[in-house]
Design a protein around this ligand. Structure first.
Ligand SMILES: O=C(O)C(=O)C[C@]1(C(=O)O)C=C[C@@H](O)C=C1
Length: 265
């Protein structure tokens, strides 16, 4: 059963916070992302958890991780997780209604925001490109814990990337005269140029590197002399910065553009 989402295009954006407060949230989300990567790095790659498809009692086949994520999303939907416009499920087709009365989130986005969901791409990028970079190769058979950690990473990364919808909404509202011609022309390149802030991106990359250094430092390896060269990290801080540079920021911008393309529908 698909979830029902109220739309209120008449007051789109009237509940949108400022760009500064949206950026504050992105900064706070960095902590969650960096911690989730550090937690996942406790386990080796464990690829049979997400690569091997096995037959289930139902006759369908699935990897353990996909099965796990589908089932958890169902439970989370039943307690209202996806009523929150910040949350986007990986398996939308599965999502049931909440079984509890849900909180009415004030409409902050255009109703077409619901059609912007790039989680399939995030799933592929995460398992094929990111994960092999920051975990050790190997298989210790600990698939349930691994899947739990993967879900934490996936949800944190997905929330950050889809937060691009809120960023785009506030940018649009701050300068509709700049955005409207590009939206009417469906000009993705022009939109991309309008929404770029290179200095902000530079700051994000430096800050997440620093966070990975701070949160992921092996405390027992700090020498009395405080020699920087002897410090060890649970996840390479430069890699965290690269993950933002090559995937998280570009995918956030993609979501921003996809949202803006629909903003005048
Ligand atoms: O802060 C913004 O303005 C955003 O759009 C977010 C973000 C990012 O992903 O961190 C993306 C594009 C901008 O160039 C700067 C930063």
């Amino acid at each position: 059963m698909a979830r029902v989402v109220e739309s209120d295009s008449g007051s789109v954006g009237s509940n949108v916070p400022s760009l500064d407060s949206i950026r504050e949230s992105l900064i706070r989300q960095e902590d969650t992302i960096v911690f989730s990567l550090i937690e996942r790095a406790k386990f080796p790659l464990n690829s049979p958890a997400f690569e091997e498809y096995r037959y289930l009692d139902s006759g369908n086949s699935s990897s353990l991780t996909e099965f796990f994520v589908r089932e958890i999303e169902i439970i989370q939907a039943k307690v209202g997780r996806y009523e929150n416009p910040e949350e986007n499920p990986f398996f939308l087709e599965n999502i049931p209604q909440s079984v509890f009365p849900t909180h009415k989130y004030p409409p902050a986005l255009h109703p077409k925001a619901l059609s912007v969901n790039i989680n399939k791409r995030i799933w592929d990028v995460y398992f094929k490109e990111l994960l092999p970079l920051f975990v050790k190769p190997g298989d210790d058979g600990n698939y349930p814990s691994t899947a739990t950690s993967d879900l934490a990473c996936l949800q944190a990364i997905s929330r950050r990337i889809h937060y691009g919808k809120f960023v785009a909404e506030v940018k649009f509202r701050d300068a509709p005269q700049d955005y409207e011609p590009a939206i009417r022309a469906q000009d993705t390149e022009a939109l991309m140029k309008l929404l770029m802030f290179e200095k902000v991106e530079e700051m994000v990359k430096k800050r997440v590197q620093k966070k990975a250094e701070t949160f992921g430092q092996e405390v027992k390896c700090i020498t009395d002399s405080g020699d920087e060269s002897e410090k060890k990290y649970k996840v390479d801080p430069l890699l965290v910065s690269r993950i933002y540079r090559e995937w998280l920021i570009p995918l956030t911008k993609l979501v921003e553009v996809e949202y803006l393309l629909r903003r005048l529908d």
